[in-house]
Design a protein around this ligand. Structure first.
Ligand SMILES: Cc1cc2nc3c(=O)[nH]c(=O)nc-3n(C[C@H](O)[C@H](O)[C@H](O)COP(=O)(O)OP(=O)(O)OC[C@H]3O[C@@H](n4cnc5c(N)ncnc54)[C@H](O)[C@@H]3O)c2cc1C
Length: 298
């Protein structure tokens, strides 16, 4: 919304990857679900497809290095070809004692079991996963933006974490600045005077923008969404090159054009999940292009 309004955005390319997203294969939507940092903190090992512990090749802190270092280490290891059956690496906790792991990490053990993995005693396939967005709207510390009456707090805002958020500071950011926004907005509302009349031309333009997919022949929105994920992972992912980013931008633009020609079936605006997916995908594609452009500029 801010991008469409032309408001200034900052650090849009700064996407934090969490090193250990569950890798459950193509048949489950659990892939990418985070396996918590505490597993590495407690002494979990990361092993490549050959069972070799590799993180000390990349950093003296091994698995306990920061998220960006571990994510890059895993990604480099994956590129070298020593991967697990699904193309990632393993996290292994068994050496810490299966009962101990079960007691300390009950939720994680259950999550892995749901995907057929034994976290307590065996190995679980993991892969870096897009986790947190450091970029966002430019705002002042009191959450005001360039647009009077628009306030921003939490992950949509930018500048609180620099280029690399430390674990645990995300919720703090959202709650602290959410509280600030509440105070500032109530004073603003009390002093801002009566509402302005809405601009009918803007409303009409937004309605026609939203209804666009009903005017097109139905297509496969989900497969386009998966294409976008692949484009971003391959070209604008954990490790980036100018050449790859440019290729990514070209592919995103192509996908956006394809999406605009893809419809969602019969006109039905009530609880229409496909329509919702279409609208989300359009925003995702626009944001993806912005991430890639910002990365290229940097
Ligand atoms: C798997 C995972 C684990 C995490 N673990 C931690 C952790 O342990 N510690 C930590 O500090 N941080 C953690 N984070 C980060 C932290 O949880 C988030 O940064 C934080 O919750 C973001 O809060 P928010 O209110 O800014 O945004 P959100 O929680 O994303 O809230 C935005 C809300 O807006 C709604 N919304 C979106 N579009 C619209 C629309 N058009 N109209 C109306 N509503 C809309 C969404 O449905 C959502 O409810 C984690 C993040 C993830 C993904």
């Amino acid at each position: 919304m801010a991008l469409r309004l032309g408001l200034p955005l900052r650090d849009m390319e700064m996407v934090q990857f969490h090193p250990t997203g569950l890798l459950g294969g193509k048949d489950t939507r659990m892939t990418g679900t985070v396996l918590e940092e505490g597993l590495r903190g407690a002494g979990g090992h990361l092993l490549d497809g050959n069972g070799r512990r590799f993180m000390f090749d990349y950093d003296e802190h091994g698995e306990r290095a920061t998220r960006d270092i571990v994510s890059r280490g895993i990604y480099a290891q994956m590129r070298s070809g020593h991967t697990t059956p699904n193309g990632g690496v393993y996290i292994s906790m068994g050496h810490l004692g299966a009962d101990n792991v079960r007691n300390k990490f009950r939720g994680m053990v259950k999550r892995c079991a749901d995907c057929g993995f034994d976290l307590a005693g065996g190995r679980v396939e993991v892969v870096p996963t897009a986790h947190y967005f450091m970029g966002g709207l430019v705002c002042d510390p009191d959450t005001t933006t360039e647009l009077p009456g628009l306030f921003v707090a939490g992950e949509d805002a930018s500048g609180m974490h620099g280029a690399n958020r430390l674990g645990g500071n995300g919720v703090a950011n959202s709650t602290v600045f959410g509280g600030v926004a509440g105070d500032v907005m109530s004073s603003y509302a009390a002093s801002a005077g009566p509402h302005q009349d809405p601009d009918e031309t803007i409303i009409e333009a937004e309605i026609s923008r939203a209804l666009h997919p009903f005017s097109k022949k139905p297509g496969n929105v989900n497969s386009l969404r998966e294409d976008l994920m692949d484009i971003m992972w391959d070209n604008v992912g954990v490790m980036r090159t100018a050449e790859g980013i440019k290729r990514g931008i070209g592919q995103i633009r192509q996908l956006k054009a394809e999406l605009l020609e893809t419809g969602v079936g019969e006109f039905d605006t009530i609880f229409n999940v496909t329509w919702n997916d279409w609208l989300n995908l359009r925003s995702l594609a626009e944001t993806s292009e912005m991430i890639a452009q910002a990365a290229l500029s940097r």
